[in-house]
Write a protein that binds this ligand. Structure first.
Ligand code: LLP
Length: 436
C-alpha cells in the first residue's frame, strides 16, 4: 500500500505533514510506533505544525481585512491546543463557562473571546462579564433580557451581537445543521429587526453586532454564499435605518477532507465570499472555525485487540472505542483507518472495525476494505483532531485516553492517560445522606 497523507494538503495539493510510508508511519518527525510503545493506546496525536499551518493559511487569506479568527474551543479544548492558538494570535469562540475558563488559562485574552450558545446560565454570564469578553452572541429575547438584567445590576454595558438564523440548508448532516428555521439556534431576521428597533429597552446591552453559524462540515460554498448574502442584506438595511454595526461574525463550519473524493472549500475561496458579501463593511469581521483548524491535524492511535470471524461478518476489534471517538457512532461519520508498519503490505480484506464497548453502535467502519490485520498491529484513525477527545467520555468505565502534541521531532504529553482513581474522583466510597 502506498503512503497516505495524515494531515492536510496545501492548496497546490502538496502534502504537508506526516505519512504512513516506511516501517510505521510518523507524525512530523516522531515515529508513531515508538509513541504507542511509550505512551500506550488509545492515544490522540496532534501535529502542532499542521494546526499552525491551517491557522496561518486562514489568517493569510484574511489579509487586508479587519478580521479575526476566534477558534471554536469545542472542537478540541486541550490546553496545549488553546495555547498554540493564543500564540498564533487567535481568539476563542466559547459556549460555556468551562470553555471560558480554559481559554483564559491558556492565555487567550478576554478581548478576543466571543460567547455563543443557545442557553447561557446567569452564572456563566456573570463569569463572562467579569472576565470582560469581547461580545455575547445572543440567541433569544429571554437571553437578551437576562443579559440586560445582569449587566445593569453590575453597572456594566455588555457588547452583543444577534445570532441570525438565516434559514439556509447547509447541506451537511442533520445533527450538525444549525441554520434552518426549525433548528434551535438564532432568531429570524424579523425578530432581530424588532430588537434593533427597540434597542433602547436594553440600555446595558450595546447591540451592535450580527452573528450566524449555519452548520458544520460544510463542503459546498452555495449555502455559505446564500447565508452571507442574507446577513449582508440585513446589515445594509440596519445601517440605512441608522444602526451602527461594529462587528459581523460569520461563524464556523468549514469542512475538511475525511474521505477520498471529498473536496473541502479552500480558505481563499471562502474568504473571497466573505469579502464580496461584506464589501463596504467598516467594522470587524469575525470567523469561528473549529474543525478546519484541528481535524486533520490529529489522529487516534489504537492497537488491534483481536480479529473475530463472525457468522456473517469479519470483525476487527480495536482498543479504541466510541467513548474515545464518538463521531462514527453518532453521525455515521467516515474516518480513514490506516494500519501501520508491516500490516500496510498485507492483502486487503473487508472488516467491520469495532471497539470493545458493549453497544452495536460502537463501530468505526462497516465492511471497510483494508489490509489484513493481526492482534498487536497499530491502526491510525485519521481526522480525529476535532470533536474527538473533546467529545470523549468514560462510558463502560474506560478512562480517558492520553493526548500528545508533536512539534518537529519532539512530543509532549498534553493530557495524561486518566487513572482509575481520577475516573472516580468525586464519587465517595459510601454515601453521606443529607436532607435539603
Ligand atoms: N460557532 C458556533 C456557534 C458553533 O456552534 C460551532 C460548532 C462552531 C462555531 C464551529 O464549527 P466548525 O468550524 O467546527 O464546523 N460534533 C460535531 C460538530 C458539532 C459542531 C457544533 N458547533 C462533529 O463531530 O461533527
Amino acid at each position: 500500500m502506498s503512503g497516505r497523507p495524515f494531515f492536510w494538503q496545501d492548496p497546490g495539493g502538496k502534502m504537508q505533514q506526516g505519512n504512513t510510508r516506511g516501517d510505521a508511519g510518523t507524525c512530523e518527525g516522531v515515529d508513531l510506533a515508538s509513541l504507542a510503545r511509550r505512551e500506550g493506546t488509545p492515544l490522540y496525536v496532534y501535529s502542532a505544525a499542521a494546526i499552525r499551518g491551517r491557522l496561518r493559511a486562514l489568517q493569510a487569506a484574511l489579509a487586508g481585512l479587519d478580521a479575526g479568527v476566534c477558534y471554536a474551543v469545542k472542537a478540541n479544548s486541550n490546553g496545549a491546543v488553546l495555547r498554540l492558538m493564543a500564540e498564533e494570535g487567535a481568539g476563542a469562540d466559547i459556549v460555556s463557562g468551562g470553555e471560558l475558563w480554559r481559554s483564559l488559562r491558556a492565555g487567550i485574552p478576554a478581548g478576543r473571546i466571543v460567547f455563543s450558545g443557545v442557553g447561557k446560565s446567569a452564572a456563566e454570564i456573570v463569569q463572562a462579564l467579569e472576565a470582560g469578553v469581547a461580545r455575547f452572541n445572543i440567541e433569544s429575547r429571554a437571553e437578551l433580557e437576562l443579559l440586560e438584567a445582569i449587566a445593569s445590576a453590575r453597572g456594566q454595558v455588555a457588547h452583543a451581537a444577534v445570532r441570525i438564523n438565516p434559514d439556509v440548508d447547509a447541506l451537511t448532516h442533520a445533527k450538525i445543521s444549525t441554520g434552518k428555521s426549525e433548528n434551535k439556534f438564532g432568531v429570524s431576521i424579523a425578530e432581530a429587526r424588532a430588537w434593533f428597533a427597540q434597542a433602547d429597552r436594553w440600555p446595558s446591552v450595546r447591540l451592535d453586532g450580527l452573528h450566524m453559524h449555519i452548520g458544520s462540515q460544510i463542503l459546498s460554498l452555495e449555502p455559505v454564499r446564500q447565508a452571507l448574502q442574507r446577513m449582508a442584506g440585513f446589515w445594509r438595511e440596519l445601517e440605512a435605518a441608522g444602526h451602527a454595526i461594529a462587528s459581523i461574525d460569520v461563524g464556523g463550519g468549514l469542512g475538511v477532507r475525511y474521505r477520498e473524493g471529498e473536496r473541502p472549500i479552500e480558505a481563499d475561496a471562502y474568504v473571497a465570499e466573505i469579502r464580496q458579501a461584506l464589501d463596504g463593511f467598516r467594522g470587524r469581521i469575525l470567523l469561528e472555525p473549529g474543525r478546519y483548524l484541528v481535524a486533520e491535524a490529529g489522529l487516534l492511535l489504537s492497537r488491534v485487540l483481536l480479529e473475530k470471524e463472525g457468522e456473517a461478518r469479519r470483525f476487527l476489534v480495536l482498543d479504541a472505542a466510541m467513548n474515545d471517538l464518538l463521531r462514527p457512532s453518532l453521525y455515521d461519520a467516515w474516518h480513514d483507518l490506516v494500519p501501520l508498519g508491516d500490516a500496510a503490505e498485507r492483502p486487503p480484506v473487508a472488516y467491520d472495525v469495532v471497539g470493545p464497548v458493549c453497544e452495536t453502535g460502537d463501530t468505526f467502519a462497516t465492511g471497510r476494505t483494508m489490509p489484513r490485520c493481526e492482534a498487536g498491529d497499530l491502526v491510525a484513525i485519521l481526522g480525529a483532531g476535532a470533536y474527538g477527545a473533546s467529545m470523549a467520555s468514560t462510558y463502560n468505565s474506560r478512562p480517558l485516553a492520553a493526548e500528545v502534541l508533536v512539534d518537529g521531532a519532539r512530543y509532549a504529553v498534553v493530557r495524561r492517560r486518566q487513572t482509575l482513581d481520577e475516573m472516580i474522583a468525586g464519587e465517595p466510597s459510601a454515601a453521606t445522606w443529607q436532607t435539603p
